[in-house]
Design a protein around this ligand. Sequence first.
Ligand code: PMP
Length: 456
Amino acid sequence: MQTPALTEMDSRYLVHPVSNFRQHQEKGVKVLQSGDGPWLTAADGNTYLDAFAGLWCVNVGYGQQRIVDAATAQMNQLPYATGYFGFGSEPAIVLAEKLVSITPSSLQHVYFSLGGSDAVDAAIRYITHYYNAIGKPTKKHIIALQRGYHGSSSTGAGITGLPAFHANFDLPLAHQHHISCPYLYRSNYDSAQALIDASVAELEAKVAEIGADNVAAFFCEPVIGSGGVIVPPKGWLKAIADTCKRLGILFLADEVITGFGRTGTMFACEHEGVEPDLMTIAKGLTSGYAPMGAVLMSDEIFNGIADGPNKAAVVGHGQTYSAHPVSAAVALEVIKIYEEGMLAHAQAVAPYFEAKLQACLSHPLVGDARSLGLLGAIELVADKATKRPFPAAIKLHETIADIAWQHKLIFRAFGDNILGFAPALCFTESDFDTLFERLQLTLDDVLALDVVQNEM
Ligand code: PMP
């Protein structure tokens, strides 16, 4: 139960991620208590439809007893095994092999992290080590997308292309660069191909400006997540990956959100047959039942590090909880759930989700609707013809999230009034009906607000 004492304790002691410290203290915490499938029950006693799978991670839904059983069995048998000093555990080894078998064939080696940020961080460290080891020490610059998200680590947050992650953190670093993201709705290009060509040209120009001998890698999400669910035109990812290859820079696909069935294939790279040099994963890997992420890398990178001039020394990157056996046991069970039918189910219901999302365009507030698999968004605008956004100062997205909460619906309302959806892969058509009924009520209430009417 959520007592005033618990709320007070939260506001006094708990620092929340990506929050406005003072505003959070004033508003108070919403304590979540239990979950079942796509449903969440809060400590206020109400049950909410979670159309965001926690933080786009609980892909298999809540309350999967078989995952709890797998974790319990592993905890009983051996709750921890270090990977240092040549030790290891069976679930971690089996999971590494499994991941290599289900990801693109270019990826052959796995380092396990605790989540996405430290997977990205490990990738940066291995890339740096690799180029030093193969005698190309000037290759240190990393290019990524504006609005891309690559975590909150002290260097990874600089590769992230979102201002809030840079301001007051002295980021980005001098060797971190950003190019435009493929945002067709808000671009000046009238065709997908024109946007793809422009993206490729911008990447080529950025590499030329820095000098190909100084550029290590390009990082991107196959679909931008935290930057507002921006789905690139079909063919964009392949064009960019091919450009990286042609320019002699590594291509890292950050599949922390898009992995594990989220976009309709096990990994989003599969849509276009892209073979990245590195891939970061987390979230759906364990479906949020335990913390774990990973970076996968090619033979070329692994062997470059292994056989470099320092080959007699240890590679100084590690974490106490890398390859944690309980998280690995959870991940193995979660992957079984995808493979035994949940991925196929997600593929089957995705057109229903897409049709419902596109139908939102008939609402006076909705300027754009976009999705890939079960990752989607609608974008609210003050004027559909000009795509004029609502002024940031009115913080409409916060009001939208509050109204949705009153209608017992959870999604993510981004600062620019993009409403993001990442339903668990177990959503049925009836769950989608409930989602869109509650969304309609939310949008109608938002439309009736004076601050909204004044802008339209
Ligand atoms: N990369 C991407 C694409 C992400 O979406 C996220 C998390 N939202 C991260 C990295 C960082 O992952 P984590 O929050 O687990 O550290």
